[in-house]
Design a protein around this ligand. Structure first.
Ligand SMILES: [Zn+2]
Length: 414
């Protein structure tokens, strides 16, 4: 199975917005750019929202049928590993093999020796077309890369094998992700990781490294934009080189697990993929549900009361809600308005505080991040939340569409 040049991972925690998300892809197509929608949901999200992979499949199939979408689309088993892949096999045709937890684990000496001897021919000065300075590679470098990544690569091989045994080859797309870690992988590490993945017989279409800087959930990039751009461009050039050296999938491309809304690096990404005429997979995670809360706030009345209620509960339970996301959020508790203050807000003030328009005087990134990790609260509201979203479907859906098209697709792809 082949993934198109441009694709986007889209999350939808509660499964109501497929139709509105797809409208953004239709609009892009009408403007001449085909982007493949990939509905993604991780195991953790399924557990917290009480859904199963078949729900995502149904949403994607229904939205595409209803809107008569004739192009490709996928359902992504996001961030899965060998302990939970089974339940995703039937419903998914895109698998994000997350091996971040296996980085740094020891492999038998014979395995790392074999790794080093396979790649010894690259020792010395390694020149990658397009990158001005050559990389210095020694046997020690190769040993270090094996020590750091080989166990994780073998794990990717094992997960891939599980999927291939069940689904058969060529009936799914695989991505290898290593993004949820503290240290970025260097472009040269990425080169040898891809070589070793090929030896493990992992046919992957996308690879998601950890980039330099912080990718906090739902808010802008925090870090050195120039350093990001350099890494991003070198990664793209290294992927090109590795594709030829290791006979990898044609069209293999970089995947950016953005955590959503990395607006300040979008222009760099757009410039670099255009410069080299390369594809990209942009995963935007779960801010769709923040558009639901924005729409509820704008609807006023009971829906606004509900939006405020979600915030108040999230505020009270902020320590518990934030704990699992510690490495991907930065909330300044002193900048969070108290629930009593928020209770007095108009729907417009609430929506403007939450909606991600960085220069807007009311925008509050701390509030946005807190609500982002508070989807568990909405899940606890159960039918109250679901019915409110359904009753305000058009207004909510408009937020979803505009966010995806205007703030994301337009900035990268058009
Ligand atoms: Zn990720």
């Amino acid at each position: 199975m082949k993934l198109g040049k441009y694709s986007m991972g889209i999350g939808d925690r509660f499964g109501f917005q497929g139709n509105y998300q797809l409208q953004a892809f239709e609009k892009a197509l009408a403007e001449g750019i085909e982007i493949t929608p990939v509905w993604n949901k991780s195991n953790r999200e399924h557990i917290l929202v009480h859904t199963v992979p078949e729900d995502v499949r149904r949403e994607a199939d229904e939205a595409t049928a209803r809107r008569n979408w004739q192009r490709d689309y996928f359902v992504d088993a996001d961030h899965i590993n060998n302990s939970n892949v089974e339940k995703f096999i039937g419903a998914s045709d895109f698998f994000t093999l997350d091996v971040a937890d296996f980085i740094g684990k020891a492999v038998p000496e014979k395995d790392s020796t074999a790794f080093v001897s396979s790649f010894k021919k690259y020792a010395g000065q390694l020149s990658v077309p397009g990158i001005p300075r050559p990389f210095e590679i020694s046997e020690k470098t190769l040993h270090e890369i094996a020590g750091k990544y080989l166990f994780a690569i073998q794990e990717a091989g094992a997960i891939y094998q599980t999927i291939e045994n069940k689904k058969g080859s060529d009936s799914f797309v695989a991505e290898v992700s290593m993004d949820e870690v503290a240290d970025p992988q260097t472009p040269i590490e990425l080169f040898f990781i891809m070589g070793a993945l090929s030896m493990e017989k992992v046919r992957f279409s996308t690879i998601a490294p950890k980039f330099t800087g912080r990718f906090n959930k739902g808010v802008d990039y925090a870090g050195d934009i120039k350093a990001f751009a350099r890494d991003f461009e070198e990664d793209i050039l290294v992927i090109d080189f590795a594709t030829k050296e290791f006979d990898l999938s044609p069209g293999l491309k970089l995947s950016v697990h953005s955590g959503s809304d990395k607006f300040s690096i979008y222009p760099e990404m757009a410039r670099i993929i255009r410069k080299h005429d390369k594809g990209i997979h942009l995963k935007t995670a779960g801010t769709t549900w923040l558009e639901e809360v924005t729409g509820l706030a704008m609807a006023g009345g009971e829906a606004l009361v509900l939006a405020k209620g979600i915030y108040a509960r999230a505020y009270e339970r902020r320590e518990d809600l934030c704990a699992p996301y510690a490495s991907v959020i930065d909330i300044h508790a002193d900048r969070l308005p108290g629930p009593a203050t928020v209770a007095g807000w108009s729907g417009e003030k609430f929506a403007n505080s939450l909606r991600h328009i960085p220069g807007h005087p009311d925008f509050n990134p701390d509030l946005r991040q807190l609500i982002h990790v508070g989807y568990k609260i909405a899940a606890e509201y159960g039918d109250v939340y679901r019915n409110a979203v359904k009753s305000n479907a058009d207004l909510v859906g408009k937020q979803v569409y505009e966010n995806l098209f205007e703030r994301h697709i337009r900035r990268i792809f058009l």
